[in-house]
Write a protein that binds this ligand. Sequence first.
Ligand code: ADP
Length: 160
Amino acid sequence: MANIAVYPGSFDPITMGHVDLINRMARLYDEVIVLVAQSSQKNSLFTAEERKELILKTMGHLNNVRVDIFDGLTVEYMKKANARVIVRGLRAVVDFEYEMTMANINKKLAPNIETMLVFASPEYYYISSRGVKELAINGGSLKDLVPDVVIEAMAKKLKK
Ligand code: ADP
């Protein structure tokens, strides 16, 4: 059975922190599915479809990485995809409590599914989608924080 990891999140937009995590997981698992959460997009900058496109443009060269949009419980998606591992990133202690709660809820919903928490790489731990958006709105440079396609997409979006 293929070892599939699902990496769920908002990805609004994808940052170099996400890219690093996806690259690292693609080396460990047969397949990595980046799962774009539709429901948490209420005040998102990009639509789920746009976020998916930006991930595909950035990670499309890896043939074991797929991107999907889902509106619902991650564990339900995982059952359909035959996946048993949820991957989440840990940047700082503040992420820990939320991730532990989510992992426990998911364990209760689906005991056979495991959550793997992966430490952010030291060079990327401070990058967040929210921080990147604030920086962009205030005219700061996004170089090295997000892929080039995201810099272009954000410039276009913020001009509107
Ligand atoms: P969510 O809104 O669900 O937290 P995000 O798109 O912000 O989604 O993040 C998705 C996942 O990626 C989360 O597990 C988050 O901790 C992780 N992540 C975000 N930024 C980084 C980073 N710089 N390095 C490593 N992991 C990260």
